[in-house]
Design a protein around this ligand. Structure first.
Ligand SMILES: [Mn+2]
Length: 324
């Protein structure tokens, strides 16, 4: 699976590595691990993202190398690699324009819904994290698994498996993770940094979500809608609103949870989660122009909060009623 990718890496000199905007741990960890590895192989590398590195990942070595999207593709760049990105739109308009100027492009990803947008597409739908693929690539390249690379990969895999709680946590995921611990990851320390240091603004947001969560379908469906202006009113930032869906799905009997967020630009962001394998949220997301994984998906919809909410909730109601 990685033979052609290894050849591409060996035959190019000057790389851009990028992932999706609003990067999560897998996006950041995969970008840094690949970037640091390419550097160790003597390559020139630039690491880009439309958004800054979230504070909880700035302890990772290499995060200081992340830069905003430049106005033009530097002439010397000969290979542009996108990681953890199922759809090129998710890197943002500016980066997409740079991508299209690149002489050679690569797509390394684990989303089933990946659109194969690059010259070389290495896609493993269903893999737990893009970080698992980067770990395999590092082995295939014969590159060293240094402690900073291992920490970035641990952050990637830990994030996308919900700290090893999701069903995607296969024996192979655990073997890969074991190799990261062998490479020097301090499990207690890294988990404290990633999971136990939420800013108090997250607490403010959590209270709001729990107070206004709506429960329907006899407790099988929970949802929360964040109207325009709410973030400003509460004094919370975009980063504080990342994992809201986690707070509403943990309750007994809940099979699916949805967050609707007015992006204040005419778009509504929808986060969909399933706790029941019979509810495939990637197909529900697909009905409304989104995509993702069976248990976790997203949509960006144009319209009012109320309209988008009714459309998506109706799909959930239909699927949940099929079960009873
Ligand atoms: Mn991912």
């Amino acid at each position: 699976m990685y033979t052609e990718l290894c050849q591409v890496i060996n035959s190019h000199k000057n790389f851009v590595v990028i992932s999706h905007f609003r990067p999560d741990g897998d996006a950041i960890g995969s970008t840094l691990a690949l970037g640091l590895t390419l550097r160790a192989l003597g390559k020139q590398v630039q690491l880009w993202n439309e958004d800054p590195c979230p504070a909880r990942y700035t302890f990772l070595q290499g995060s200081e190398l992340l830069q905003a999207i430049p106005p033009a593709l530097p002439q010397e760049v000969d290979c542009f690699i996108c990681v953890d990105t199922g759809d090129l739109k998710r890197i943002g308009d500016a980066a997409m324009a740079r991508f299209k100027e690149a002489p050679y492009t690569v797509n390394i990803d684990h989303h089933h819904t990946n659109t194969n947008y690059a010259d070389l597409n290495v896609v493993k739908g269903g893999e737990a994290a893009c970080g698992c693929m980067i770990a395999e690539l590092i082995t295939a390249l014969g590159a060293p698994l240094t402690r900073p690379v291992a920490e970035a990969l641990y952050a990637a895999i830990s994030t996308d498996t919900g700290s090893f709680q999701y069903g995607s946590t296969t024996p192979q995921v655990m073997r890969t993770t074991a190799s990261l611990i062998e490479a020097g990851v301090d499990v207690g320390d890294i988990n404290r940094r990633i999971w136990q240091e939420s800013p108090m603004s997250v607490y403010t947001m959590q209270k709001e979500v729990l107070n206004h969560m709506v429960i329907e379908e006899n407790g099988a469906l929970t949802h929360y809608s964040m109207p325009a202006g709410k973030k400003a009113e509460l004094g919370v930032g975009m980063e504080d609103c990342k994992d809201l869906v986690d707070y509403i799905r943990i309750w007994e009997g809940v099979k699916a949870a949805v967050i609707f967020e007015d992006m204040e630009n005419g778009m509504i962001r929808v986060s969909l989660r399933s706790k029941d394998p019979r509810i495939d949220v990637s197909s529900i997301a697909g009905e409304h122009g989104g995509g993702g994984h069976a248990m976790a998906s997203g949509i960006r919809m144009r319209g009012t909060l109320e309209d988008c909410r009714e459309k998506v909730l109706n799909s959930f109601r239909r699927e949940l009623r099929k079960l009873s």
